[in-house]
Design a protein around this ligand. Structure first.
Ligand SMILES: NC(=O)c1ccc[n+]([C@@H]2O[C@H](COP(=O)([O-])OP(=O)(O)OC[C@H]3O[C@@H](n4cnc5c(N)ncnc54)[C@H](OP(=O)(O)O)[C@@H]3O)[C@@H](O)[C@H]2O)c1
Length: 242
């Protein structure tokens, strides 16, 4: 399959590109095609180090990346969603759109200061002893519902991967024994994404429900970060046990 990762130059996009490039054609999307090309070359080099010689990752602009793909992952911040969808809308036909978006912007969460002022990990942890991250509820309930409302008819949205820490996803030496909540209204599209979850070693997809349930999964991300910060843990994920 061809998978476009819009904003694939960023934190979470890198991990998806590396993990899926072993079995799929990956297209890194960016606002700047040169940046996309540079990142794609960097990711291919990493894959070569791990013994994969196929240069299956390429980089182009967001719109062309979406146009060429079967699956389009929105690896961008909540505040950039509407402008990116506006750009790619003309080329959307029957692709599956995947939202990993958590509305948790630093500027909209009044307790989070400018990251530049908190340079080292200890200061960061000290600050969050008295403060915490919060989920910033979008007007329509969740990022997924907001995105679904912007898509043309016939284009399915699947919401997943919200609780996966970017650093661990991009580290191919780490196996990710996490459950991944998957939400959406189109069961066939969800099954395709279940397989993409299973393509990452030890990850397990769990069906959470229709698009409206995405709020529950999205809002777990600030919870995980708060727990990590207060309990000297790092990059924690979710596993449901019977
Ligand atoms: N980081 C995590 O651990 C993590 C985990 C789970 C879910 N998520 C979710 O994944 C999404 C991306 O997070 P991230 O940490 O990867 O973000 P990020 O690195 O800050 O940004 C991702 C990409 O967004 C693009 N971008 C920046 N400003 C933009 C603008 N004004 N308009 C359009 N595109 C813009 C940039 O790509 P170009 O400059 O190349 O266009 C950038 O590389 C977020 O919604 C987040 O909630 C993140």
């Amino acid at each position: 399959m061809k998978i476009a990762i819009l904003g694939g130059t960023g934190n979470i996009g890198k991990g998806f590109a590396l993990r899926w490039s072993q079995k799929h054609d990956i297209i890194i999307g960016s606002r700047d095609k040169e940046r996309a090309k540079t990142k794609a070359a960097e990711y291919n080099k990493i894959m070569e180090k791990y013994g994969f010689d196929a240069l299956s990752i390429k980089g182009i602009d967001n719109k062309n990346a979406a146009a060429e793909s079967d699956i389009v992952v929105l690896a961008i911040r909540y505040s950039n969603v509407s402008s990116i969808i506006e750009q790619i809308k003309p080329v959307l036909k029957n692709q599956i759109i995947v939202s990993v978006v958590v509305p948790m912007e630093k500027d909209s969460c009044y307790m989070i200061p400018d990251r530049e002022t908190i340079e080292i990990d200890t200061q960061f942890r000290e600050y969050y002893k008295t403060n915490y991250f919060c989920y910033n509820n979008p007007p329509s309930g969740s990022a997924a519902e907001e995105i679904a409302a912007l898509l043309p008819e016939g284009v399915s949205l699947v919401s997943a991967f919200h609780n996966v820490p970017a650093a661990k996803l991009a580290d191919l030496d780490i196996s990710l024994d996490y459950d991944i909540g998957v939400c959406g209204n189109d069961m066939n599209a969800k099954k395709v994404i279940f397989d993409l979850v299973r393509a990452i070693p030890d990850m397990n997809p769990v069906d959470v429900g229709p698009c409206e349930t995405s709020l529950m999964v999205e809002s777990l991300t600030p919870l995980l970060i708060n727990i990590a910060v207060r309990n000297q843990r790092k990059d924690i994920g979710i596993k449901f046990v019977d």
